[in-house]
Design a protein around this ligand. Structure first.
Ligand code: ADP
Length: 319
């Protein structure tokens, strides 16, 4: 292994830069040449590769987004597109790749490995929707962003005695809603894994109001439905004035938390180590604070499970 390529792909997440920095710096430390690929698999197909040095990744550990930029590439899903990418990798003498992204990007990493380029996946997504790993890079930052928003909405919710619904990201996974809901002291958390129990949400609101609670916060994961419609329904059913806030893409940006920077640094360095051990077709994960690797197919075949303990605890603490 002499030349390692690195790219970020799919949805961005805070901490991707820290992961790129870890790949570049630990790769150079181990005597490798590191090539940065711009704009994900699209950049690979179009030959947007540049050699990285120690300074290329200076001053990025604290920045959100990705300095390599990201893209979704339709062309890479085709065999011809991947063949073009392979030719580019041959021209630039790239021996192995690190792909930082979500499950879709890992499918691409698997395809690159099949084409003879050992490729390691590093999980960069705010959704935390990958079962094989405890955490993905960006999740902790997104949760902190949501908790910050909850605190602000709580202030105004209390002043007016209103109910507030906060819609958060996560696609089909409720982890952002769950963790931010617990940390933010939400009354109800509505996630796709459990579904919406309208009666229960309304019962809690009324119970809270009757015992003099001034604020009511409901966290809604985007995978269940829209906050505006739900707000109208709750207002009709309970007679409580209800406001909806959709946090949207602000959850994808911002300076990564220390947790995400550390996770990204460890995972990026582990990916390089794996390539230097001539391993490919693997993803890096973290369990019990230790990084490990697993076959991509095996990792993606694991169905994401609800963190039931957290869900139950939130319910108990919001009585
Ligand atoms: P994420 O990585 O965040 O889940 P996507 O699902 O959009 O994001 O995937 C990112 C990119 O990965 C896609 O645009 C495509 O280029 C590549 N990709 C996804 N699925 C496949 C696949 N089955 N084969 C090859 N490449 C894929």
């Amino acid at each position: 292994m002499q030349t390692i390529g690195v790219l970020t792909s799919g949805g961005d997440s805070p901490g991707m830069n820290a992961a790129i920095r870890a790949v570049v710096r630990s790769g150079i430390f181990k005597g490798c040449r590191v090539m940065g690929v711009k704009r994900g698999y699209d950049g690979l197909i179009n030959g947007q590769l540049e050699e990285m040095n120690l300074s290329s990744v200076a001053d990025i550990i604290h920045r959100g987004g990705t300095m390599l930029r990201t893209a979704r590439s339709e062309e890479f899903i085709t065999e011809e597109g991947r063949q073009k990418a392979l030719n580019v990798l041959k021209v630039f003498n790239v021996d192995g790749m690190v792909v930082i992204g979500g499950d879709g990007s890992f499918r691409g990493a698997q395809k690159l490995s099949e084409l003879g380029i050992p490729t390691i996946g590093v999980p960069g997504t705010i959704d935390n929707d990958l079962e094989y790993t405890d955490y993905t890079i960006g999740f902790d930052t997104a949760v902190n962003t949501v908790v910050d928003a909850i605190s602000k909405i709580r202030d105004t919710s209390t002043s007016h005695g209103r109910a507030n619904i906060i819609e958060v990201m996560g696609r089909h996974c409720g982890d952002i809603a769950l963790y931010a809901g617990l940390a933010g002291g939400a009354e109800s958390i509505i996630i796709p894994e459990v579904g919406l129990d309208m009666e229960q949400v309304c019962r809690k609101l009324i119970k809270g109001r009757n015992r003099g609670k001034l604020h009511s916060l409901i966290i809604l994961a985007e995978g269940v439905g829209g906050a505006i419609e739900l707000g109208k329904e709750i207002e009709e059913k309970t007679g409580m004035e209800t406001r909806a806030t959709i946090l949207g893409h602000l959850q994808r940006g911002g300076s990564p938390t220390a947790f995400d920077r550390i996770l990204a640094s460890k995972m990026g360095a582990t990916a390089v180590e794996l390539l230097l051990e001539n391993k490919g077709n693997q993803v890096v994960g973290v369990k019990g604070n230790k990084t490990f690797s697993m076959d991509i197919e095996e990792a993606l075949s694991l169905k994401k499970q609800l963190h039931e303990d957290i869900y139950k605890l939130t319910d108990i603490l919001s009585i």
